[in-house]
Design a binder for this molecule. Structure first.
Ligand SMILES: Nc1ncnc2c1ncn2[C@@H]1O[C@H](COP(=O)(O)OP(=O)(O)O)[C@@H](O)[C@H]1O
Ligand SMILES: [Mg+2]
Length: 311
């Protein structure tokens, strides 16, 4: 992170009765498109709501672009996960109304309302009641109302929720385009490939705790000594191979299918030992290279705590 974080949260604690939704949650969010990735119930929505001042934490503090919770309304746009549209309004009324609520003069709100609806691809339908819209159209209007006042910081909570694959692609494309205007965009998702597609930085959250954060590029860059080894041979021979290798290295992934195996190792400092072991137990090495991580690898390893289980 070269510049200071735009959003900084420290030791945030939120409880709903006995449930700990955020457990001393600490994170630094830089400028750009940032993914909050985690399974359902991880605490993503709660975190966004805390930043918006909609949920008050029991403990902890945070700042957004240097400001506290009280004076951020005009610089933040929010696309909630749940329904937030007034269904009896048409999209144009809804979006320009939201512009007025965030403090824009009426004429500006009207003009911007049209602009942002054009941007999200809502055409003449903008004069139809929202009630009659498909989920995909509603999601677009939700995005439009979040950006109508041209906020510096955008919080998008599961923006592709309920959309079909084509709609999802278009939504992600819109988010990328907004990112090019130099905004800080927080995008929550439980879908790995979405975060992979649009985000430059990622934080992984589970059970209210931060598990990992970092630049996408860094998280995915190859690590010294990390190797992917694929072998072929009798199942028993592959098992023997794994057993000997495990005495020396801690594998991060192990797969043993009939006659084929893949093992990913960390801290490999001596390739000769691996190649010799293979010869000795009678398995054939089919692939042996430094391993390039996928986001899925990062995710799986983060959740497994770095311990690979054989499957
Ligand atoms: N209003 C609420 N009352 C009680 N429990 C809640 C409430 N909102 C969220 N939770 C619980 O807090 C945890 C975190 O939820 P949430 O922040 O919605 O996670 P996510 O957005 O990652 O799915 C979950 O266990 C959820 O059931
Ligand atoms: Mg949520």
């Amino acid at each position: 992170m070269s510049e200071p974080p735009r959003i900084r949260a420290e030791e945030i604690l939120v409880r709903y009765g006995k449930i700990i939704a955020l457990d001393s949650f600490t994170a630094s969010i830089p400028h750009g498109i940032v993914g909050i990735l985690g399974p359902n119930g991880a605490g993503k929505t709660t975190f966004i709501k805390v930043l918006l001042g909609l949920v008050k934490p029991e403990r902890g503090k945070f700042t957004i672009n240097g400001r506290g919770a009280f004076d951020i309304r005009d610089i933040v746009g929010y696309m909630p996960e749940s329904e937030c549209l007034i269904e009896s309004m048409n999209a144009f009324e809804m979006v320009s109304y939201m512009g007025c609520l965030s403090g824009m003069p009426v004429e500006d709100a009207i003009q911007r309302g049209h602009e942002v609806l054009d941007f999200v691809g809502i055409g003449e339908e903008r004069y139809r009641e929202i009630d009659s819209y498909s989920t995909g159209m509603k999601q677009r209007v939700k995005l439009a109302q979040a950006i109508v006042h041209d906020p510096e910081v955008l919080m998008l909570d599961e923006p592709t929720n309920g959309m079909d694959p084509e709609g999802r692609e278009e939504m992600l494309e819109l988010i990328s385009r907004i990112g090019k205007f130099g905004k800080t965009i927080l995008v929550s998702s439980h879908l790995l490939h979405e975060v992979e597609q649009v985000c430059e930085y990622m934080i992984i959250i589970d059970q209210g705790k931060l598990l990992k954060e970092g630049d996408m590029e860094k998280l995915l860059s190859p690590e010294a000594g990390r190797y992917r080894v694929k072998v072929r041979g009798e199942t028993e021979a592959i098992k023997r191979f794994y057993k000997i290798i495990r005495e020396r290295y801690k594998p991060v992934q192990v797969v043993n299918e009939r006659g084929q195996g893949t093992i990913v190792l960390k801290g490999v400092d001596n390739s000769e030992h691996i190649l010799r072991t293979a010869r000795e137990v009678g398995v054939q090495i089919r692939y042996y290279r430094p391993d390039i991580l996928s986001l899925e690898d990062v995710f799986l390893e983060t959740f497994a705590g770095g311990n690979a289980h054989e499957n």
